[in-house]
Design a protein around this ligand. Structure first.
Ligand code: LMR
Length: 328
């Protein structure tokens, strides 16, 4: 009971007005699931909060709720449509029930590096994707980078056969389910906040994520090692409800969107450093990182890339062609 009480006191402290908003200020709640320190999304959200609270003082007041303290990603978008939260930046894998075009980002080996992801998102094809959910009430306000994903498990993974028969946590995306099935593994969709415990207790054997999430969630503590596969991308879209944006007077909306745009450009330009620092952070904390030979990597590509065929209709051949032209 003492623990439960302590937890509930902490939870209500976290839910109390962290920014100390003044009366008359419009409150902008930003809810996300990662940590804030050394994490691309955590850093960007904090920077956005600082700038909004300085430059829009008296008009708007932003509060950031990290670490799933307000909502898990599976609840966030519904809460946003209800007007209970104004901003979020879920990974692109978490928009499945609203659009299928984002599946392109989950397709394994679609983008050769983060520069290619950035260029695709900035292209006409990428920009059109931001407005793909407006008829469902959600407006995309910008892409925020995280990075490429790596696999980890409770045993060494060097060849695709090593993943066979293992249970892997995946984000709620059918592409990621198909990817794991192509490896002969058992995918299990699970909320981010539950992954560490599931790995620790052996509910799942492995997972895939970026360096910053591997560091922030300390997966290296409960995994044999992390294999540097760079097999897919995990990126975010900053999102708000169309209703909320429409409710703002034009000057307020323009000022807010301009501040957001500045943060997006600045933090996306810094992504390589944040990613490299997180990888180093995993090593410094005693995590094991295994690199693949070119031959081993080619084997993973051969097994996973055929998954594209199952999703071409969802994402559009034109989008795949545009992404591949950027890779070339
Ligand atoms: C995950 O669920 O693994 C990620 O989407 C978490 C995040 O926001 O980076």
């Amino acid at each position: 009971a003492a623990t439960a009480l302590a937890l509930s006191v902490t939870a209500s402290a976290a839910l109390a007005d962290p920014a100390g908003c003044d009366a008359g200020e419009m409150v902008i709640k930003f809810s996300h699931v990662t940590n804030t320190d050394k994490h691309p999304k955590g850093i960007a959200a904090e920077l956005l909060k600082t700038r909004v609270n300085e430059q829009m003082d008296g008009k708007a007041c932003m509060e950031v709720y990290p670490n799933s303290t307000l909502y898990d990603d599976d609840k966030l978008l519904e809460a946003m449509l209800q007007g209970d939260v104004q901003l979020g930046a879920p990974s692109l894998s978490k928009f499945e029930t609203f659009t299928k075009v984002f599946r392109i980002f989950d397709l394994p080996f679609m983008f050769k590096n983060m520069e290619a992801v950035d260029a695709f998102q900035a292209s006409d094809n990428g920009q059109a994707m931001m407005s793909s959910m407006e008829r469902r009430g959600l407006a995309g306000l910008g892409f925020w980078h995280n990075g490429l994903k790596q696999f980890s498990a409770n045993k060494p993974l060097l060849e695709p056969e090593d993943a066979k028969g293992l249970k892997f946590r995946v984000q709620p995306s059918d592409v990621l389910v198909a990817q794991m099935e192509a490896l002969g593994a058992s995918p299990q969709k699970m909320a981010f906040s539950e992954v560490y415990g599931a790995l620790q207790q052996g509910v799942v054997d492995g997972q895939e994520n970026t360096w910053s999430n591997t560091l922030g969630q300390k997966y290296y503590e409960v995994q044999d090692g992390i294999t540097e596969t760079n097999h897919g991308v995990l990126d975010y879209m900053v999102v708000a409800s169309v209703d909320w944006l429409d409710s703002l007077d034009e000057g307020t909306r323009d000022q807010f969107l301009e501040i957001l745009d500045g943060v997006t450009k600045e933090r996306n330009a810094a992504i390589a450093q944040v990613d490299a620092d997180a990888r180093q952070g995993v090593l410094d904390a005693g995590g094991v990182i295994r690199e693949l030979t070119p031959e081993q990597r080619a084997d993973w590509v051969a097994v996973m890339k055929p998954v594209w065929d199952q999703f071409t209709d969802d994402v559009g051949q034109d989008n795949i062609d545009a992404a591949q032209a950027i890779n070339a």
